[in-house]
Design a protein around this ligand. Structure first.
Ligand code: UD1
Length: 365
């Protein structure tokens, strides 16, 4: 069995770590390709180090660009790799542009695609990630769903039932496998913070870094009843400077550079609550039992809301204010969804092992 996996952006690296380990255990031949979508040390390299992820076999160095340019370059480069390696299966994770590029390049060469984290839907086609999710699922032959609701979404879109496998949440397997290691992080000590005495914020969605929205968010963070640690994505940092918003931030906001995986997990797990527009952070917060306020109108991680752990606040000042107050009053539930455990990669590898990729027509959609 030869699998070619493609990663490119921060959340991909986290999801790939348990899979790479499991594939090695199974004795699969595994080729890891990094598109280079994320390239800064603290957006990429530190994740490989923190997660013990093997160095990529190939690094395509694609970098930033408009969606068309970035995705197109990745497809052109990935096509060459796929032709050279000729894997039995291409594996993609999540919903970033690297995921879409790899799925399209692969399926057009007749190489079947497995999508890990299939079936999440925000039903908001203004989000680039939602477009990526819908398209990747449509052209994948193996759909590995993280939740029961994701299975339903796939069935509602008339995906073949035999393609859909409910395996659980790979992000959570990574989290559970690293919580102990994260206890050694010095981040709280370095920032002179004490457990439960600060909030965390992560903001990077294009919608939220537009001038007026970003200004409103910074005002909301400044209003928080506790200090807010804000590890900023490079784009967010750049937007704050470009729009001259440094003055909007009071001393209540502690802006720092984007953190590596272990430091971020350590920071999150001791926080009084988190405000975020990230997908993965909503899930991590639930499992770590940290109240989460999502600064978006929709979420594809609907289970986190149903579990009682996450509230959709959009950019509504009043909802955020109430949410932060209630986060301090412990009025939150944290019900862990089924299969958000440490055996997700094993379920995925078992399914892959049982597939017979030599059957002619296997790659037919
Ligand atoms: C991507 C994903 C998003 C994910 C996020 C995690 C897509 C469509 N979106 O968004 O789902 O939540 O990664 O971080 O794929 N930049 C740097 N250094 C880097 C990487 C990016 O400065 O290492 C800058 C780029 O120059 C660009 C901006 O950040 O201006 C956006 O980068 P890009 O990779 O296009 O998407 P993200 O917004 O990071």
């Amino acid at each position: 069995m030869k699998i070619l996996s493609v990663v490119g952006a921060r959340p991909n690296f986290v999801k790939m770590a348990p899979l790479a380990r499991q594939f090695e255990k199974k004795g699969f031949t595994h080729v890891l390709v990094h598109t280079g979508q994320h390239y800064d040390y603290n957006m990429s390299n530190v994740f490989f180090k923190d997660l013990d992820l093997p160095n990529p076999d190939k690094h395509l160095g694609v970098g930033s660009g408009t969606h068309g340019v970035q995705t197109g370059r990745m497809m052109a480069e990935l096509e060459k790799e796929l032709l050279e390696e000729s894997p039995d299966l291409t594996l993609v994770v999540g919903d970033v542009n690297s995921t879409l590029a790899a799925a399209i390049a692969s399926v057009k060469l007749g190489i079947p695609v497995a999508h890990v984290e299939a079936g999440y839907r925000s039903f908001d086609m203004h989000m680039p990630e939602e477009i990526n999710r819908v398209l990747v699922d449509r052209i994948s032959q193996l759909l590995f769903a993280p939740t029961e609701n994701a299975v339903l979404n796939l069935m509602n879109e008339s995906m073949r039932r035999e393609s859909i496998h409910f395996v659980g949440n790979i992000m959570i397997e990574a989290l559970l496998g690293n919580i102990e290691k994260a206890e050694d992080s010095q981040i709280l000590k370095n920032l002179e913070l004490a457990k439960g005495e600060y909030f965390v914020a992560t903001i990077h969605r294009p919608h939220n870094v537009q001038k007026e929205n970003l200004k409103l968010i910074l005002e909301m963070l400044s209003d928080a009843p506790l200090p807010v640690v804000f590890p900023a994505h490079p784009r967010t940092r750049e937007a704050i400077s470009r729009y001259g918003l440094d003055d909007v931030m009071t001393e209540q906001i502690m802006i720092i550079k984007a953190l590596g995986y272990l430091d971020f997990i350590a920071l999150l797990s001791s926080a009084a609550g988190v405000m975020t527009d990230s997908g993965g952070v909503q899930e991590e917060a639930l499992v770590l039992k940290i109240p989460c306020l999502t600064l978006r109108e929709t979420t594809e991680r609907i289970e986190t809301v149903r579990a009682g752990a996450n509230r959709l606040c959009g950019l509504d000042r009043e909802k955020v204010r109430t949410g932060l107050r209630e986060a301090l009053e412990n009025q939150w539930r944290f019900e862990i969804p089924l299969f958000w455990d440490n055996r997700v990669s094993e379920r995925i590898a078992d399914v892959i092992e049982q597939e017979d990729f030599s059957i002619p027509g296997h790659s037919m959609l």
